[in-house]
Design a protein. Structure first.
Length: 474
Protein backbone atom coordinates (compact mmCIF):
# COMPACT_ATOMS: atom_id res chain seq x y z
CA UNK A 1 0.00 0.00 0.00
CA UNK A 2 1.28 3.46 -0.89
CA UNK A 3 2.31 5.70 1.98
CA UNK A 4 -0.46 8.02 3.16
CA UNK A 5 -0.08 11.75 2.53
CA UNK A 6 -2.20 14.15 4.57
CA UNK A 7 -2.47 17.71 3.32
CA UNK A 8 -3.70 20.06 6.08
CA UNK A 9 -4.76 23.53 4.93
CA UNK A 10 -5.47 26.46 7.24
CA UNK A 11 -6.35 30.14 7.31
CA UNK A 12 -3.34 32.48 7.80
CA UNK A 13 -3.82 33.65 11.38
CA UNK A 14 -2.12 32.40 14.54
CA UNK A 15 -5.33 31.07 16.06
CA UNK A 16 -5.96 28.90 12.99
CA UNK A 17 -2.37 27.87 12.36
CA UNK A 18 -1.78 26.56 15.90
CA UNK A 19 -4.43 23.79 15.88
CA UNK A 20 -3.65 22.94 12.25
CA UNK A 21 0.05 22.56 12.98
CA UNK A 22 -0.67 20.55 16.12
CA UNK A 23 -2.89 18.15 14.16
CA UNK A 24 -0.25 17.86 11.43
CA UNK A 25 2.35 16.98 14.05
CA UNK A 26 0.03 14.42 15.61
CA UNK A 27 -0.68 12.77 12.27
CA UNK A 28 3.02 12.62 11.43
CA UNK A 29 3.92 11.14 14.79
CA UNK A 30 1.14 8.55 15.03
CA UNK A 31 0.94 7.36 11.43
CA UNK A 32 4.38 7.78 9.90
CA UNK A 33 2.63 9.29 6.89
CA UNK A 34 3.73 12.22 4.79
CA UNK A 35 2.12 15.36 6.24
CA UNK A 36 2.08 18.72 4.51
CA UNK A 37 0.74 21.92 6.05
CA UNK A 38 -0.40 24.62 3.66
CA UNK A 39 -1.04 28.18 4.82
CA UNK A 40 -1.10 31.47 2.92
CA UNK A 41 2.16 33.05 1.78
CA UNK A 42 1.62 35.99 4.16
CA UNK A 43 1.87 33.72 7.20
CA UNK A 44 4.42 31.33 5.67
CA UNK A 45 6.95 34.13 5.17
CA UNK A 46 6.49 35.33 8.77
CA UNK A 47 6.97 31.82 10.13
CA UNK A 48 10.09 31.33 8.02
CA UNK A 49 11.58 34.82 7.52
CA UNK A 50 14.95 33.62 6.23
CA UNK A 51 13.59 31.96 3.08
CA UNK A 52 15.16 32.89 -0.26
CA UNK A 53 11.66 33.01 -1.78
CA UNK A 54 8.41 33.63 0.13
CA UNK A 55 6.76 30.51 -1.29
CA UNK A 56 9.71 28.18 -0.76
CA UNK A 57 8.88 24.73 0.63
CA UNK A 58 10.13 24.02 4.15
CA UNK A 59 10.72 20.71 5.92
CA UNK A 60 11.01 20.57 9.72
CA UNK A 61 12.40 17.90 12.00
CA UNK A 62 8.91 16.88 13.09
CA UNK A 63 8.17 15.28 9.73
CA UNK A 64 6.02 18.12 8.40
CA UNK A 65 6.46 19.88 5.07
CA UNK A 66 5.20 23.45 4.65
CA UNK A 67 3.96 24.41 1.18
CA UNK A 68 2.05 27.71 0.95
CA UNK A 69 -0.86 28.80 -1.19
CA UNK A 70 -1.57 32.42 -2.05
CA UNK A 71 -4.81 34.20 -1.20
CA UNK A 72 -3.88 37.25 -3.25
CA UNK A 73 -2.78 39.19 -0.15
CA UNK A 74 0.81 38.05 0.26
CA UNK A 75 1.57 40.98 2.56
CA UNK A 76 -1.32 39.98 4.82
CA UNK A 77 -4.73 41.42 5.63
CA UNK A 78 -6.09 42.73 8.94
CA UNK A 79 -9.86 42.53 9.13
CA UNK A 80 -10.30 45.09 11.90
CA UNK A 81 -7.95 47.58 10.26
CA UNK A 82 -10.13 47.53 7.13
CA UNK A 83 -13.55 48.79 6.12
CA UNK A 84 -16.44 46.71 4.79
CA UNK A 85 -15.57 47.14 1.12
CA UNK A 86 -11.95 46.10 1.71
CA UNK A 87 -13.12 43.08 3.71
CA UNK A 88 -15.36 41.90 0.87
CA UNK A 89 -12.57 42.47 -1.65
CA UNK A 90 -10.31 40.31 0.51
CA UNK A 91 -13.00 37.61 0.81
CA UNK A 92 -13.46 37.48 -2.95
CA UNK A 93 -9.71 37.22 -3.52
CA UNK A 94 -9.43 34.55 -0.82
CA UNK A 95 -12.11 32.49 -2.57
CA UNK A 96 -10.77 32.86 -6.11
CA UNK A 97 -6.98 33.08 -5.73
CA UNK A 98 -6.86 30.75 -2.75
CA UNK A 99 -8.75 28.04 -4.60
CA UNK A 100 -6.59 28.36 -7.72
CA UNK A 101 -3.25 28.32 -5.94
CA UNK A 102 -4.25 25.55 -3.53
CA UNK A 103 -5.22 23.43 -6.53
CA UNK A 104 -1.72 24.15 -7.82
CA UNK A 105 -0.23 22.91 -4.54
CA UNK A 106 -2.15 19.62 -4.79
CA UNK A 107 -1.20 19.10 -8.42
CA UNK A 108 2.49 19.92 -7.86
CA UNK A 109 2.71 17.47 -4.98
CA UNK A 110 1.29 14.75 -7.24
CA UNK A 111 3.66 15.67 -10.07
CA UNK A 112 6.62 15.40 -7.67
CA UNK A 113 5.70 11.89 -6.60
CA UNK A 114 3.90 12.83 -3.38
CA UNK A 115 0.20 12.48 -4.26
CA UNK A 116 -2.19 13.61 -1.54
CA UNK A 117 -4.37 10.82 -0.14
CA UNK A 118 -6.44 12.98 2.24
CA UNK A 119 -7.13 16.72 2.44
CA UNK A 120 -7.86 17.99 5.96
CA UNK A 121 -9.40 21.43 5.50
CA UNK A 122 -9.67 23.61 8.56
CA UNK A 123 -12.44 26.04 9.42
CA UNK A 124 -13.05 28.66 6.66
CA UNK A 125 -11.05 26.75 4.01
CA UNK A 126 -14.20 25.60 2.20
CA UNK A 127 -12.77 25.66 -1.33
CA UNK A 128 -10.18 23.04 -0.40
CA UNK A 129 -13.04 20.53 -0.26
CA UNK A 130 -13.99 21.47 -3.83
CA UNK A 131 -10.39 20.99 -4.98
CA UNK A 132 -10.20 17.58 -3.31
CA UNK A 133 -13.60 16.47 -4.60
CA UNK A 134 -12.72 17.39 -8.18
CA UNK A 135 -9.63 15.14 -7.94
CA UNK A 136 -11.31 12.26 -6.16
CA UNK A 137 -9.28 12.80 -3.00
CA UNK A 138 -10.89 11.96 0.35
CA UNK A 139 -11.37 15.08 2.45
CA UNK A 140 -12.50 15.92 5.97
CA UNK A 141 -13.43 19.15 7.73
CA UNK A 142 -11.33 20.05 10.75
CA UNK A 143 -13.50 22.24 12.99
CA UNK A 144 -11.29 24.33 15.29
CA UNK A 145 -14.11 25.78 17.37
CA UNK A 146 -16.25 23.87 19.91
CA UNK A 147 -18.84 21.38 18.75
CA UNK A 148 -21.41 23.77 20.19
CA UNK A 149 -20.42 26.35 17.57
CA UNK A 150 -20.65 23.78 14.79
CA UNK A 151 -24.16 22.94 16.00
CA UNK A 152 -25.14 26.61 16.18
CA UNK A 153 -23.94 27.40 12.68
CA UNK A 154 -25.35 24.18 11.25
CA UNK A 155 -28.82 24.69 12.68
CA UNK A 156 -28.80 28.42 11.96
CA UNK A 157 -28.26 27.60 8.29
CA UNK A 158 -30.77 24.74 8.38
CA UNK A 159 -33.95 26.46 9.46
CA UNK A 160 -33.16 29.05 12.14
CA UNK A 161 -31.65 31.96 10.21
CA UNK A 162 -34.94 33.83 9.77
CA UNK A 163 -35.90 33.52 13.44
CA UNK A 164 -32.52 34.69 14.71
CA UNK A 165 -32.36 37.57 12.22
CA UNK A 166 -35.86 38.71 13.14
CA UNK A 167 -34.81 39.02 16.81
CA UNK A 168 -31.21 40.13 16.26
CA UNK A 169 -31.80 43.38 18.15
CA UNK A 170 -33.16 41.62 21.25
CA UNK A 171 -30.16 40.41 23.30
CA UNK A 172 -32.29 38.45 25.78
CA UNK A 173 -34.50 36.71 23.20
CA UNK A 174 -34.06 32.95 23.59
CA UNK A 175 -33.58 30.51 20.73
CA UNK A 176 -33.94 26.74 21.18
CA UNK A 177 -32.00 24.84 18.51
CA UNK A 178 -32.02 21.02 18.28
CA UNK A 179 -29.89 19.36 20.92
CA UNK A 180 -28.76 22.65 22.46
CA UNK A 181 -29.86 24.30 25.65
CA UNK A 182 -31.86 27.47 24.91
CA UNK A 183 -29.50 30.34 24.12
CA UNK A 184 -30.07 34.09 24.30
CA UNK A 185 -29.20 36.15 21.21
CA UNK A 186 -26.33 37.70 23.19
CA UNK A 187 -24.82 34.22 23.61
CA UNK A 188 -24.83 33.50 19.87
CA UNK A 189 -22.06 34.50 17.43
CA UNK A 190 -21.77 38.23 16.84
CA UNK A 191 -22.26 37.60 13.11
CA UNK A 192 -25.95 37.02 13.85
CA UNK A 193 -26.61 40.34 15.57
CA UNK A 194 -24.08 42.85 14.18
CA UNK A 195 -25.97 42.97 10.91
CA UNK A 196 -24.69 46.37 9.78
CA UNK A 197 -20.98 45.50 9.95
CA UNK A 198 -19.91 44.55 6.42
CA UNK A 199 -16.59 43.26 7.74
CA UNK A 200 -18.41 40.64 9.79
CA UNK A 201 -20.64 39.79 6.84
CA UNK A 202 -17.53 39.15 4.73
CA UNK A 203 -16.06 36.92 7.43
CA UNK A 204 -19.33 35.01 7.88
CA UNK A 205 -19.40 34.31 4.12
CA UNK A 206 -16.63 31.72 4.56
CA UNK A 207 -18.39 30.12 7.52
CA UNK A 208 -21.57 29.76 5.49
CA UNK A 209 -19.63 28.20 2.60
CA UNK A 210 -17.91 25.80 5.00
CA UNK A 211 -21.23 24.46 6.28
CA UNK A 212 -22.51 24.21 2.71
CA UNK A 213 -19.63 21.85 1.92
CA UNK A 214 -21.05 19.36 4.42
CA UNK A 215 -24.38 19.48 2.59
CA UNK A 216 -22.62 18.87 -0.73
CA UNK A 217 -20.75 15.89 0.71
CA UNK A 218 -23.96 14.45 2.12
CA UNK A 219 -25.87 14.78 -1.15
CA UNK A 220 -23.04 13.58 -3.38
CA UNK A 221 -22.00 10.48 -1.43
CA UNK A 222 -22.23 7.29 -3.46
CA UNK A 223 -22.53 5.22 -0.28
CA UNK A 224 -26.03 4.91 1.14
CA UNK A 225 -26.22 6.28 4.65
CA UNK A 226 -22.70 7.72 4.53
CA UNK A 227 -22.25 10.84 6.65
CA UNK A 228 -19.77 13.69 6.18
CA UNK A 229 -17.03 13.36 8.76
CA UNK A 230 -15.91 16.28 10.93
CA UNK A 231 -12.87 16.28 13.20
CA UNK A 232 -13.52 18.67 16.09
CA UNK A 233 -10.95 20.22 18.39
CA UNK A 234 -12.90 19.52 21.54
CA UNK A 235 -13.22 16.80 24.14
CA UNK A 236 -16.15 14.41 23.99
CA UNK A 237 -16.85 14.63 27.71
CA UNK A 238 -17.11 18.44 27.56
CA UNK A 239 -19.89 18.48 24.96
CA UNK A 240 -21.65 15.12 25.12
CA UNK A 241 -25.17 16.49 24.64
CA UNK A 242 -24.18 18.64 21.67
CA UNK A 243 -22.54 15.79 19.77
CA UNK A 244 -25.90 14.09 19.32
CA UNK A 245 -27.61 17.22 17.99
CA UNK A 246 -26.85 16.63 14.31
CA UNK A 247 -27.24 12.98 13.33
CA UNK A 248 -26.57 13.96 9.71
CA UNK A 249 -22.85 14.26 10.49
CA UNK A 250 -20.19 11.96 11.91
CA UNK A 251 -18.56 14.08 14.60
CA UNK A 252 -15.20 12.95 15.95
CA UNK A 253 -13.89 15.00 18.91
CA UNK A 254 -10.09 14.66 18.92
CA UNK A 255 -9.03 17.52 21.18
CA UNK A 256 -7.41 19.27 22.70
CA UNK A 257 -5.17 19.33 19.64
CA UNK A 258 -2.34 21.17 21.34
CA UNK A 259 1.12 19.77 20.66
CA UNK A 260 2.51 20.08 24.18
CA UNK A 261 -0.60 18.43 25.68
CA UNK A 262 -0.57 15.35 23.47
CA UNK A 263 2.97 14.12 23.82
CA UNK A 264 4.72 16.44 21.36
CA UNK A 265 7.34 19.12 21.66
CA UNK A 266 6.34 21.57 24.35
CA UNK A 267 7.73 24.77 22.83
CA UNK A 268 5.92 26.99 20.38
CA UNK A 269 7.88 27.17 17.14
CA UNK A 270 7.32 29.13 13.96
CA UNK A 271 4.92 31.58 15.64
CA UNK A 272 3.84 34.67 13.74
CA UNK A 273 4.80 36.71 16.83
CA UNK A 274 8.24 36.52 18.42
CA UNK A 275 8.81 36.20 22.15
CA UNK A 276 11.56 35.82 24.74
CA UNK A 277 10.44 32.66 26.48
CA UNK A 278 13.39 32.53 28.88
CA UNK A 279 12.57 35.93 30.38
CA UNK A 280 8.92 35.36 31.21
CA UNK A 281 9.32 31.75 32.32
CA UNK A 282 12.09 32.72 34.74
CA UNK A 283 9.87 35.53 35.99
CA UNK A 284 7.03 33.08 36.61
CA UNK A 285 9.38 30.64 38.34
CA UNK A 286 10.00 33.24 41.04
CA UNK A 287 6.30 33.76 41.85
CA UNK A 288 4.18 31.91 44.44
CA UNK A 289 1.72 29.25 43.29
CA UNK A 290 -1.58 30.60 41.97
CA UNK A 291 -0.57 34.24 42.44
CA UNK A 292 -0.24 35.54 38.86
CA UNK A 293 -2.97 36.90 36.59
CA UNK A 294 -2.31 36.10 32.93
CA UNK A 295 -3.98 38.53 30.49
CA UNK A 296 -4.24 37.98 26.75
CA UNK A 297 -6.89 38.88 24.19
CA UNK A 298 -5.47 36.68 21.44
CA UNK A 299 -3.84 37.20 18.08
CA UNK A 300 -6.58 38.90 16.09
CA UNK A 301 -8.66 41.38 18.06
CA UNK A 302 -7.48 44.97 18.35
CA UNK A 303 -7.50 46.17 21.96
CA UNK A 304 -8.48 49.82 22.31
CA UNK A 305 -6.50 52.36 24.34
CA UNK A 306 -9.43 52.68 26.71
CA UNK A 307 -9.52 48.92 27.26
CA UNK A 308 -5.80 48.84 28.00
CA UNK A 309 -6.20 51.65 30.51
CA UNK A 310 -9.09 49.83 32.20
CA UNK A 311 -7.03 46.63 32.41
CA UNK A 312 -4.11 48.58 33.85
CA UNK A 313 -6.34 50.14 36.51
CA UNK A 314 -8.11 46.86 37.27
CA UNK A 315 -4.87 44.96 37.76
CA UNK A 316 -3.53 47.73 39.98
CA UNK A 317 -6.70 47.67 42.07
CA UNK A 318 -6.45 43.90 42.49
CA UNK A 319 -2.93 44.16 43.90
CA UNK A 320 -1.98 40.95 42.10
CA UNK A 321 1.05 40.14 39.97
CA UNK A 322 0.34 39.84 36.26
CA UNK A 323 1.76 38.67 32.93
CA UNK A 324 0.09 40.72 30.19
CA UNK A 325 0.36 40.06 26.45
CA UNK A 326 0.19 43.24 24.37
CA UNK A 327 0.97 42.73 20.68
CA UNK A 328 3.19 45.29 18.97
CA UNK A 329 0.67 45.56 16.14
CA UNK A 330 -1.62 47.21 18.69
CA UNK A 331 0.82 50.13 18.59
CA UNK A 332 2.07 49.85 22.16
CA UNK A 333 5.38 49.74 23.95
CA UNK A 334 5.58 46.97 26.54
CA UNK A 335 8.09 48.80 28.75
CA UNK A 336 5.91 51.90 28.80
CA UNK A 337 2.83 49.88 29.82
CA UNK A 338 4.78 47.97 32.45
CA UNK A 339 6.18 51.18 33.91
CA UNK A 340 2.70 52.70 34.05
CA UNK A 341 1.38 49.69 35.95
CA UNK A 342 4.33 49.39 38.28
CA UNK A 343 4.35 45.63 38.81
CA UNK A 344 4.27 42.47 36.77
CA UNK A 345 5.47 41.91 33.23
CA UNK A 346 4.26 42.95 29.77
CA UNK A 347 5.28 40.84 26.75
CA UNK A 348 4.53 40.95 23.05
CA UNK A 349 3.67 37.25 22.86
CA UNK A 350 4.24 34.01 24.74
CA UNK A 351 3.90 30.25 24.60
CA UNK A 352 0.42 30.28 26.10
CA UNK A 353 0.20 26.62 27.04
CA UNK A 354 3.48 26.79 28.96
CA UNK A 355 2.23 29.87 30.78
CA UNK A 356 -1.19 28.39 31.60
CA UNK A 357 0.48 25.19 32.80
CA UNK A 358 2.79 27.06 35.17
CA UNK A 359 2.07 26.62 38.88
CA UNK A 360 2.30 30.40 39.44
CA UNK A 361 -0.65 31.24 37.17
CA UNK A 362 -3.94 31.39 39.05
CA UNK A 363 -6.24 33.05 36.53
CA UNK A 364 -6.54 33.76 32.80
CA UNK A 365 -8.25 36.98 31.68
CA UNK A 366 -9.23 36.05 28.15
CA UNK A 367 -11.27 37.10 25.13
CA UNK A 368 -12.48 33.48 25.06
CA UNK A 369 -11.30 32.50 21.63
CA UNK A 370 -11.65 28.74 21.43
CA UNK A 371 -7.93 27.94 21.50
CA UNK A 372 -7.53 29.99 24.66
CA UNK A 373 -10.68 28.55 26.24
CA UNK A 374 -9.74 24.94 25.56
CA UNK A 375 -6.14 25.47 26.66
CA UNK A 376 -7.33 26.99 29.93
CA UNK A 377 -9.59 23.99 30.56
CA UNK A 378 -6.83 21.54 29.65
CA UNK A 379 -4.35 23.27 31.96
CA UNK A 380 -6.83 23.62 34.82
CA UNK A 381 -6.56 27.43 34.91
CA UNK A 382 -9.69 29.37 35.97
CA UNK A 383 -10.82 32.07 33.55
CA UNK A 384 -12.31 35.54 33.54
CA UNK A 385 -14.12 35.72 30.20
CA UNK A 386 -14.35 39.04 28.35
CA UNK A 387 -15.69 38.06 24.91
CA UNK A 388 -15.28 40.46 21.99
CA UNK A 389 -16.78 38.97 18.81
CA UNK A 390 -17.38 35.85 16.67
CA UNK A 391 -17.73 32.64 18.74
CA UNK A 392 -16.46 34.21 21.95
CA UNK A 393 -19.85 34.93 23.54
CA UNK A 394 -20.80 31.29 23.10
CA UNK A 395 -17.45 30.11 24.43
CA UNK A 396 -17.79 32.29 27.52
CA UNK A 397 -21.18 30.71 28.14
CA UNK A 398 -19.48 27.30 28.08
CA UNK A 399 -16.84 28.49 30.56
CA UNK A 400 -19.56 29.47 33.03
CA UNK A 401 -21.53 26.28 32.38
CA UNK A 402 -18.50 24.10 33.12
CA UNK A 403 -17.87 26.02 36.32
CA UNK A 404 -14.30 26.92 35.34
CA UNK A 405 -14.64 30.70 35.38
CA UNK A 406 -16.86 33.76 35.31
CA UNK A 407 -18.06 36.05 32.55
CA UNK A 408 -17.26 39.69 33.11
CA UNK A 409 -20.02 42.22 32.55
CA UNK A 410 -19.29 44.65 29.72
CA UNK A 411 -21.26 47.32 27.93
CA UNK A 412 -22.19 47.60 24.27
CA UNK A 413 -18.62 48.70 23.49
CA UNK A 414 -17.29 45.41 24.92
CA UNK A 415 -14.89 47.22 27.26
CA UNK A 416 -14.05 45.37 30.49
CA UNK A 417 -13.91 48.14 33.09
CA UNK A 418 -11.40 48.27 35.92
CA UNK A 419 -13.83 47.70 38.77
CA UNK A 420 -15.43 44.72 37.07
CA UNK A 421 -12.03 43.19 36.33
CA UNK A 422 -10.97 43.55 39.96
CA UNK A 423 -14.27 42.03 41.12
CA UNK A 424 -13.94 39.05 38.78
CA UNK A 425 -10.34 38.41 39.82
CA UNK A 426 -11.42 38.23 43.44
CA UNK A 427 -14.31 35.93 42.49
CA UNK A 428 -11.89 33.49 40.86
CA UNK A 429 -8.69 33.91 42.88
CA UNK A 430 -9.98 34.93 46.31
CA UNK A 431 -10.57 32.92 49.49
CA UNK A 432 -14.35 32.58 49.12
CA UNK A 433 -16.20 29.32 48.65
CA UNK A 434 -17.21 30.44 45.14
CA UNK A 435 -13.56 30.88 44.19
CA UNK A 436 -12.67 27.51 45.68
CA UNK A 437 -15.50 25.89 43.69
CA UNK A 438 -14.15 27.35 40.44
CA UNK A 439 -10.68 26.01 41.25
CA UNK A 440 -12.08 22.57 42.05
CA UNK A 441 -14.05 22.44 38.79
CA UNK A 442 -10.99 23.55 36.84
CA UNK A 443 -8.89 20.79 38.39
CA UNK A 444 -11.58 18.18 37.72
CA UNK A 445 -11.92 19.11 34.04
CA UNK A 446 -8.14 19.11 33.65
CA UNK A 447 -8.11 15.51 34.88
CA UNK A 448 -10.91 14.60 32.45
CA UNK A 449 -8.98 16.07 29.53
CA UNK A 450 -5.83 14.19 30.49
CA UNK A 451 -7.75 10.90 30.40
CA UNK A 452 -9.31 11.79 27.02
CA UNK A 453 -5.96 12.38 25.27
CA UNK A 454 -4.21 9.40 26.86
CA UNK A 455 -4.01 6.09 25.01
CA UNK A 456 -7.48 4.54 24.95
CA UNK A 457 -9.18 7.81 25.92
CA UNK A 458 -12.06 9.26 23.92
CA UNK A 459 -9.95 11.65 21.81
CA UNK A 460 -7.36 8.97 21.14
CA UNK A 461 -10.05 6.48 20.06
CA UNK A 462 -11.75 9.02 17.79
CA UNK A 463 -8.53 9.92 15.99
CA UNK A 464 -7.81 6.23 15.42
CA UNK A 465 -11.35 5.75 14.07
CA UNK A 466 -10.72 8.54 11.58
CA UNK A 467 -7.40 7.04 10.49
CA UNK A 468 -8.97 3.60 10.08
CA UNK A 469 -11.61 5.04 7.77
CA UNK A 470 -9.05 6.92 5.68
CA UNK A 471 -6.94 3.79 5.25
CA UNK A 472 -10.00 1.83 4.16
CA UNK A 473 -11.02 4.51 1.65
CA UNK A 474 -7.51 4.79 0.24
Amino acid sequence: MARQHFLVVAYPSQGHINPARALAARLARTTGAHVTLSIAVSAHRRMFPSLAAPDEEVHDDGGISYVPYSDGYDDGFRLFASDGDAAWKNAESFDRVGRETFAGVVDRLAAHGRPVTCVVYAFLMWWAADVARERGIPHVLYWIQPATMLAVYYHYLHGYESLVTEHAGEPEFTVAMPGLRPMAIRDLPSFFSDLDDKRLAAAFHCIRKTIEQLDIDQSSSSVAGAKPMVLVNTVEELELDVLASFPELEILPIGPVVTSLIGGEGKATHDLYKHDEKAYMEWLDAKPAGSVVYVSFGSMSAVSKRQKEEIRRGLAASGRQYLWVVRKDNGDDEDELAAALGSGMVVEWCDQVRVLSHRAVGCFVTHCGWNSTLEAVACGTPAVAAPQWSDQDTNSRLVVGWGVGVRAATGADRVLEAGELARCLETVMGETEDAAAVRRSSAAWKATVQVAVAEGGSSDRNLKAFLDQIVNVA
